[in-house]
Design a protein around this ligand. Structure first.
Ligand code: RNT
Ligand code: ZN
Length: 417
């Protein structure tokens, strides 16, 4: 049966439960997801450093990773050619492009990212940005903005001041705000004797960074918390409570990475609470397997629940969705495509859910019917709607795009070895 025929039949089926599939597709079409550049090269960046630090680890040695800006851009192009819709690229400061003279992290300038801006502009994409507080000699102790040494703190404060200006530049160039997200690796392996002082220093460092007021039309500032990391198992300075409070007091955005909480804690559950008190919320969608392992995002229960919450809170314009994982054991372009398409599929499933009816059953206390109806939705033909969406966007349907990756692999990626 043709994709169109399958779609028409699915459309009818969904109409019976009050869902307009055309409307769902239209909404999905306008959702931009920020695709993290760092899946393309195992978080290496272009500074020539080989050792990752800050608890970030990419395992695997799949051949063909991008080694320079041209290759990374080429791979991003390939990935986007297989992903429906128009999206964003999330960059890290360590992806500055130096032509000749290098600048250290505390001296980065917008000009070091001009090639990225040109790349994005020519493809109608927008950029998001992150200062890089790891994989650097000044971060070797594991402490940055909370370091007891004033000089080290100052270096990282200067870094963030530079990156905020760069994010502002992105926002001006692209005509929409660039999300600038701060995550620091600071913490302690073993039980700290003093939990307060590092947090006090982090607070002061952030105060200094944000003393510079920038236009929210160009830059949105977020802070990303983490409960633990490799090497910082006992204490992280930037905990959830720390940033939640800091963001609430200072009008900033919380960024929740679903790998950064206790394994049974649900980020989906946090969305409605935060949205009651914040205009915006940012996400790093990832897949933590037993820990913050940053596996490729699959269409699993956790991601479906996150998408459901965003949609039923009517918050598609309030939640900034970005991906964050790095798997070096498989084809890196495929890893991007799988994760991006899965995030979109989760959103599509959420858009094809009759939320009002289900919420009514809850408020009436009809829990049996709620369970039965919710379960029956799981076998609805959402895949037919998805295929139609792909076709409409001129990208291959599931099961068809791997061929393209394979030929890209043999003609481009494996030629790099
Ligand atoms: C680390 C954080 C952070 C990084 C990226 C590279 O635990 O999740 O977001 O993964 O910035
Ligand atoms: Zn993250």
């Amino acid at each position: 049966m043709s994709i169109n025929k399958r779609y028409m039949s699915a459309k009818e089926r969904y109409a019976q439960i009050g869902i307009d599939t055309d409307a769902a597709i239209k909404t999905l079409q306008n959702i931009s997801i920020s695709m993290h550049c760092w899946q393309g090269d195992d978080v290496q960046g272009f500074e020539g450093s080989t050792r990752l630090s800050g608890g970030i680890q990419a395992t695997g040695n799949y051949p063909g990773k991008a080694r320079n800006p041209q290759e990374l851009m080429q791979d991003i192009d390939k990935a986007f050619s297989l992903i429906p819709g128009r999206h964003r690229i999330n960059l890290h400061a360590s992806y500055a492009i130096f032509k000749g003279k290098r600048a250290d992290r505390d001296a980065l300038l917008p000009g070091h990212f001009k090639d990225w801006v040109d790349f994005a502009k020519s493809r109608g994409l927008s950029l998001d940005f992150n200062p890089t507080f790891f994989s650097h000699k000044m971060a070797e102790s594991g402490l940055t903005l909370s370091h007891p040494d004033r000089n080290i703190r100052q270096f990282w404060i200067s870094h963030a001041k530079c990156t905020r200006k760069i994010a502002e530049y992105f926002g001006k160039e692209q005509g929409n705000p660039c999300l600038h997200n701060i995550w620091i690796p600071d913490g302690y392996k073993d039980n700290p004797a003093d939990r307060l002082s590092p947090r006090l220093r982090l607070k002061e460092s952030l105060d200094e960074i944000f003393s510079e007021k920038l236009d929210k039309n160009f830059i949105l500032d977020s802070l990303e918390s983490k409960v633990f990391g490799i090497g910082v198992e006992s204490y992280t300075v930037g905990s959830h409570e720390f940033y939640l409070s800091y963001c609430a007091k200072n009008g900033l955005i919380c960024l929740l990475d679903n790998g950064h909480f206790h394994p049974t804690e649900s980020v989906a559950d946090k969305i409605s609470s935060l949205l009651l008190f914040f205009d915006k919320l940012a996400l790093h969608v990832t897949r933590p397997v037993r820990w913050d392992s940053d596996h490729v995002v699959l269409l699993d229960e956790e991601i479906k629940q996150i998408a459901l919450e965003i949609v039923r809170c009517n918050a598609l314009d309030k939640v900034l969705i970005g991906l964050d994982y790095f798997d070096a054991s498989i084809n890196r372009v495929a890893a991007w495509v799988v994760g991006m398409r899965n995030m979109q599929k989760a959103l599509l499933i959420a858009l094809l859910t009759p939320h009002e009816g289900l919420a009514k059953l809850q408020s009436e206390g009809s829990f049996t019917e709620l369970m039965v109806k919710t379960e029956s939705l799981k076998t609805f033909p959402f895949g037919d709607v998805w295929d139609y969406f792909c076709e409409k966007n001129g990208v291959p349907t599931d099961g068809k795009w791997l061929e393209e990756i394979k030929s890209y692999e043999s003609s481009v990626l494996f030629e790099r070895i």
